[in-house]
Design a protein around this ligand. Sequence first.
Ligand SMILES: [Mn+2]
Length: 427
Amino acid sequence: MRVQQETIHHFNEKYRRSHADTFAFLKLQLEDQGISTDDVLARLMELQVAIPSWALGAGGTRFGRFSTGGEPGNLDQKIEDVGLLHALTRSAGAISLHIPWDIPQDTAATKELATSYDLIFDAVNSNTFQDQNGQPYSYKFGSLCHAGKEERQLAIDHNIEVIQYGRELGSKSITVWLADGSSFPGQLNFRHALERTQESLQSIYKHLPEDWKMYIEYKPYEPNFYSTVIQDWGTSFLLANACGPKAFTLVDLGHHLPNTNIEQIVSTLMWQGKLGGFHFNDSKYGDDDLTVGSIKPYQLFLIFNELVYGMENNPSNNPELAWMIDASHNLKDPLEDLLQSLEAIRLAYAQALIIDREALEAARQHNDVTMAQEMLQQAFRTDVRPLLREARLRSGAALDPLQLFRELGVRKQLIRDRGAITVATGL
Ligand SMILES: [Mn+2]
């Protein structure tokens, strides 16, 4: 389903007046604080977040799965769904594929389809956390860390194959997330497992094209419950350094133990020029994969505060970050959920962009703890939604994407086109 520009234009007309009033008010407020709304808008309009191909169907990879109907049954339909999100928001201009769940059959045609929706291919993701049909060796006891040479080689070869698919699609990076670890004390020699993982990653790294990046994701536990080989940012950082300058750490918000100070991790990695990208989601307990900003919006804002600072103060030349959503649900329409996540990311970014950084630094210099907190909360408590709407208006997106999604009856249309009992590939 394609949303036409006239449809968006027509929809926006209804809300244009009330939007103009609220935006004018916010603009004045910000200008009084010495903030140029045009600068903030330009940066907001630049921010593109990749949509993962596995987030377009109902989630529930762990327990039951309840279909929403009209789910994309193949890669073309997934691209179509991301194209829809991008048309409504002009902020989801990339898709991140998971191999082997989304192997393109005809790369040229797949690329052409994506281009027709103004989409590019973001990082490709490998999968060595489950066995595929007919696989000669099993990943039951690990992949890149496995004690057996054949298993390791199989996993290495898979990653090289994923790079090849990505190359054909015009992708520029690969994300490696490993489930490798142990569930019982004594099961694994920690040092050997880490050494083998490092060697395997180095073998993959050798196959990275010159202009590519490799992102190494970490996670403290699950599916293994005693140890995970790449358990934290420090281990990922160590491995990225052992691989070389094209390898980076990837931070997934849900991959931390409760109360971890993620914003501080961001600061450290950017200082070292080794932050590669983000997987956005939210969580209450663990890797809950909930909608971005649904549980801890203040934490998200504090993370963006460090990201903006890191981008503006970048002595180690940390490259541009890869932004991606990594969440998947049973309860909500996945497309509506992604619209909410996109909005939450931009809200936190906009709030971080309006922090009075000079005043914040001055407060820190004078150990004025009260004012330092005030500076942050002043920005966090500003309703920046008119800024987001203005950015959308200027880029040809819908003033209220979720409202338009509902008015157009998108899900009903998708169910008519694709059927009520469809299952998104890979889930
Ligand atoms: Mn992730």
